[in-house]
Design a protein around this ligand. Structure first.
Ligand SMILES: [Zn+2]
Length: 91
């Protein structure tokens, strides 16, 4: 995935949804009403690594942009497998 700001290739990352995904919608900033929306609906779920759900995510550290594909989730094992594959192909 290309970074929407600098157009460089973004790093592939994983987002853990156990802590909840916080997202403030742009229109809230206009009225200075800052409402956090929990995109994952995880609420107060505790973090158990073996039960963790992960979302594919893309990171551009230069622009500090983090893109999360929150409609796609995988368990820890699947994420681990994908992570290993990414490491393998990048070497
Ligand atoms: Zn960028």
């Amino acid at each position: 995935m290309k970074c929407p700001k600098c157009n460089n290739e973004m790093q592939i990352a994983f987002c853990n949804k156990a802590e909840g995904l916080s997202c403030a919608m742009p229109e809230k900033f206009d009225n200075f009403i800052f409402l956090d929306k929990d995109l994952s609906g995880a609420g107060l779920k505790k973090f158990f690594p073996h039960k963790a759900e992960w979302h594919p995510a893309y990171l551009c550290q230069d622009c500090t942009i983090y893109v999360i594909e929150y409609g796609v989730s995988m368990n820890h094992k699947e994420a681990e497998k994908k992570a290993k594959k990414i490491i393998k192909t990048s070497n």
